[in-house]
Write a new protein. Structure first.
Length: 276
């Protein structure tokens, strides 16, 4: 808990635009105290949590790393509760590129960030990868488990918010489709540097993001916590990796029952050992 609290204090302090010294002044402490919290050297006294929560405008539960269970936190929560699979069960085409570029001829660990109903995570587990997957939707997690069971495979699926979840183990492949737009722009560099650090040498990142285009109307879903990317922005985080694919497509979508279009950038990048 100490490490998670440390990350969250730092994350939400920066989100509020406060320095360590400014936060310390509000709390009536020295900035060294805040620095120790954020470095997981100590924890705030329990009596400070209400003021800390109010100052950072985040609940104590979320500050401690617990996601609220009493309200929908994804616009897909209700549609995932149906028997049908909202996104279908056919894997993303990028999954086949993973098979081509890094086939499971040896033990390989995959992390699917924002697995939805599990179609991609289950596909990769069926093909011999050790798969972990996370999502913020309870219904999506349950459907991922059911789909894995139906296919006779295991997926280590768990609930997490990509804004504040951080890895604690290395992976060979990090995969994410359609969810990275929930990361606020100010925190993208820190989060992607973290993902890169926890990727084994030779590992792959296979990702896509929705990008802004002036000739495409905004999607009908009104998501206040979704933040579009710009063309080339995802690629900029991987200037030190080998780029296998960096393409952009415009496609039709009917996910909300209203026909519309999206522009999306795909990136496949490989971590290569730096020569001395």
């Amino acid at each position: 808990m100490k490490d998670k609290l440390a990350r969250n204090i730092s994350l939400y302090r920066k989100e509020k635009g406060l320095t360590q010294e400014e936060l310390a002044q509000i709390l009536g402490l020295s900035f060294q105290a805040v620095s120790k919290w954020e470095n997981a050297q100590s924890m705030p006294d329990i009596s400070l949590l209400p003021l800390l929560s109010a100052t950072l405008e985040v609940s104590i539960d979320k500050l401690l790393g617990y996601t609220s269970q009493d309200r929908p936190i994804s616009i897909y929560e209700d549609v995932y509760k149906t028997q049908e699979y909202y996104w279908g069960t056919e894997p993303n085409k990028a999954c086949y590129q993973v098979l081509q570029l890094m086939p499971p001829t040896r033990h390989l660990k995959v992390l699917d960030i924002g697995c939805g109903e599990g179609k991609d995570a289950v596909f990769m587990a069926r093909n011999g990868y050790e798969v972990s997957a996370l999502d913020i939707s309870d219904a999506g997690i349950e459907k991922t488990r059911r789909l894995a069971e139906k296919n006779g495979v295991h997926v280590n699926v768990f609930k997490a918010d990509i804004q504040d979840y951080r890895l604690n183990t290395h992976y060979d492949i990090i995969f994410s489709s359609g969810v990275l737009n929930y990361i606020k722009p100010d925190f993208r560099k820190e989060i992607f540097d973290h993902y890169k650090h926890y990727t084994n040498e030779g590992g792959l990142h296979v990702l896509n993001v929705f990008v802004n285009k002036p000739f495409i109307a905004p999607p009908p879903e009104k998501e206040s916590n979704s933040y579009k990317w710009h063309s080339g922005e995802l690629l900029s985080h991987y200037h030190d990796w080998l780029i296998k694919d960096s393409s952009e497509v415009v496609f039709d979508c009917n996910s909300s029952g209203i026909p519309h279009k999206h522009a999306m950038t795909k990136l496949i990048a490989q971590k290569i050992t730096v020569l001395a």
